[in-house]
Design a protein around this ligand. Sequence first.
Ligand code: HEC
Length: 265
Amino acid sequence: MTPKTKILIGTLCVTAALCLCGGFINADTTKKSTQKAEKKAASKEIAASSMISKDHPEIPEGVSCVDCHEIKLDAKTTATEVWLRGKYVKYNEGEGIMEPEHVRQEIVKILGGKKQKRTCVLATSINNTPLSTTADFVLDPDTMTMYGLHEKGTTKLFHIMQNPRVSLNWHKEFETWGNVLCVQCIGTAELIDGSNPEMEKVLQDVYPYEEMGRAMKLEPQVARDMIKKGMLMTKITLNQVTVNNSAFEKDGKRKYQRWERNKPR
Ligand code: HEC
């Protein structure tokens, strides 16, 4: 046997072994997900507000309610839904609700729009374990997306890779009673790296990177190139934004208003 054929046969054996392992791993995960599905089918649908009784089957560590039950989220009965649309203080059902486009404009006023950063708290989650992180974001009002710039390799970015569903919050410090301003967002996040032309475009048109450039005494293009090389951008497509703003009440509107991407303008 020539050394070349030896290497070839060796490689073939390793490949075959890998294929076998691959097969076992696949069979194993399929078995696990079928078990999970069976568990779900075995236990009944529960309401989001359900509590477990003392007779409830034991819940293994790291397993959550959704792993075994379908959870009905009855949005009609939550307090927020009543504050948004129901009979609440001086409003009858359906009164004091702003038009969707009006709510959107108010959100842009509060979050500031292009080249105006807001320091927000971003919530991410994997394996039923949430994480909240403070980070700056800027809103692009044209697309209702938020952009952030981050150091590479941080935990929240790994969370986003595994689970793009995020929530973002910005609030004004509460100082006087009855004077509240906060914005709660629910969205879908993706990561943009410097090789994606979208990062250059967002830096130019939306993200206020200039102050960083000035602080480091860099020409704008040099600053952008440095950012593209060293940082990752998050893009959060907002699906729902809920505002609590006491100032809305001066115009006879509820302080709770909500914008939803999939509701007609
Ligand atoms: C490991 C799977 C599993 C997990 C996790 C689990 N359940 Fe259950 N649950 C069951 C099974 C099985 C039953 C009993 C059979 C049935 O009624 O469908 C049950 C029954 C219930 C019931 C009705 C009767 C009772 O014992 O209270 C409620 C309510 C309930 N679960 C709520 C919850 C909530 C809330 C959580 C999360 C904190 C949870 N379950 C987590 C499997 C699970």
